[in-house]
Design a protein around this ligand. Structure first.
Ligand SMILES: [Ca+2]
Ligand SMILES: [Ca+2]
Length: 448
């Protein structure tokens, strides 16, 4: 073989490679009537029964818009989307047993394609949506150009859902008139005891870490989804969170977790369950762990803790199963000589949902319950946790006091020595916390 021939072959090979590499591209996915914010990086959320529109930009392999004008006359352009299983087969997303295909249409903007997807009667969860764009010679059937894009999509079972973190054996779950007890819950499956004492067994056949069943828990005659979804706690231990999806707004009201008030543990700690951090009327509630020890009573030294929910919807939302945000700041206020000396310090800042936040082995905060609500805007939808509750554990020589943020500012009883919201400067007290801003009293841009 002469060197010219070799170069020629290499050249052909490189050209073949170039054709193979330079396929069309699908990019710039823009959703309408789906939830893509407040945090990018999560899969888009679409809601069962609510049509969502997906817009995509497709470019030919030569970079021109994937549009009829940029192809020879006898070209057929097909752009379609399908939800696919792990083998790439289209699946049924409407409950009629027939796999579904959504055809995209070319908009007036060349290369901008759009489709409206409506799923129904599917189990909530993460799904793979595969979009393919193919240009075919309509005479020969030969493929001229093509592109594929796979998008992860979270399908929510309704615009209302509640999540309970870290549910466990023996726990009783009450929603309106429906209730059940978790008899056992593990990787193998779950056994639940329903009201009429019948047992319901759930198994994780497909090993997804999801155990799901349907019941009408809101009493409107329509089934709601109940799902145990495996997750991990802050120590990476496996836990199960319970998610309940509904199309019935009363779900959030029905979910009454306030039956238990408090109990004592063996270690002289008191657990206050189901304390509200945020209610559906956008009231945020702070909790103060007030030091009642002998030293504190004598005015010598006291350590008080303030659990302050961070205001603003961007701090209270859930996306998909593992992503929950219930942001609080915990301030430790140490005072000496009746508050003459002391300091404030932020000792925790961040999410509490499903976390056992332990401060100094004195205060423990566990974000336990989130009642999530889809907010329908003109184009962009959002989730907001309308109702958030948690468990707070304190030693038995502490008191737990709850106040709405604004009330905390005016209530002198909950400030040892002096109220920083009323006294701007205090001689021996080193201030490092912007209380006004934290409680939403500063002419806030941060609040909702
Ligand atoms: Ca179908
Ligand atoms: Ca229902």
């Amino acid at each position: 073989m002469g060197w010219k021939k070799l170069v020629g072959l290499v050249g052909v090979f490189l050209m073949a490679m170039a054709v193979f590499v330079a396929a069309a591209t699908i990019s710039n996915v823009v959703w309408e009537n789906a939830i893509t914010e407040p945090d990018v990086g999560y899969a888009a959320d679409i809601i069962e029964g609510q049509p969502a529109t997906i817009n995509i930009t497709i470019l030919k392999s030569d970079g021109q818009p994937f549009a009829p004008a940029n192809f020879p006359p006898n070209t057929t352009l097909t752009v379609r989307g399908r939800f696919v299983d792990e083998y790439g087969n289209a699946i049924d997303m409407t409950g009629d047993g027939v796999p579904d295909i959504w055809n995209f249409t070319n908009t007036s903007t060349p290369g901008l394609w759009t489709a409206t997807i409506n799923v129904s009667n599917v189990q909530p969860g993460m799904y793979t949506f595969e979009i393919s764009a193919v240009a075919t010679n309509s005479t020969t059937g030969a493929i001229i150009d093509n592109a594929t894009l796979r998008e992860q999509i979270w399908v929510a079972g309704g615009p209302y859902w509640v999540a309970i973190a870290n549910v466990h054996d023996g726990q009783e779950i009450r929603i309106g008139s429906f209730n059940f007890t978790i008899t056992s819950l593990s990787d193998v499956g779950a056994i639940l005891t329903l009201p009429n004492l019948t047992a319901l067994t759930l198994t994780d056949n497909d090993h997804t870490g999801i155990l799901a069943f349907q019941r009408d828990v809101t009493g409107d005659g329509a089934s709601d989804w109940l799902m145990f979804i495996k997750s991990t706690d802050e120590d990476n231990n496996p836990v199960y969170n319970l998610y309940i999806y509904s199309k019935d707004a009363s779900l959030l009201d029905d979910f009454n977790q306030s039956t238990i008030d408090f109990y004592r543990t063996k270690g002289n700690m008191i657990v206050f369950t189901n304390r509200v951090f945020k209610d559906p009327n956008d009231n945020y509630k702070a909790w103060v762990a007030w030091d009642n020890s002998l030293l504190a009573k004598l005015g010598i030294k006291a350590v008080d803790y303030y659990i302050i929910p961070v205001r603003g919807r961007e701090h209270w939302w859930e996306r998909g199963a593992p992503a929950a945000h219930e942001d609080v700041k915990i301030i430790k206020r140490t005072t000496y000589l009746w508050g003459l000396f002391g300091n404030d310090k932020v000792v925790y800042e961040g999410n509490i949902f499903g976390k056992n936040v332990n401060i100094d082995n004195v205060l423990k905060v566990f974000g336990k319950f989130a009642g999530n609500n889809a907010l329908f805007d003109t184009r962009n939808w959002r989730w907001e946790i309308k109702k958030a509750m948690g468990d707070i554990t304190i030693p038995n020589d502490y008191d737990l006091q709850g106040r709405e943020l604004r009330d905390l500012a005016i209530d002198d009883d909950l400030w040892r020595g002096f109220n920083p919201l009323k006294t701007s400067k205090h001689g021996f007290f080193s201030e490092s916390v912007d209380w006004e801003n934290l409680l939403g009293l500063a002419n806030d841009s941060e609040g909702s």
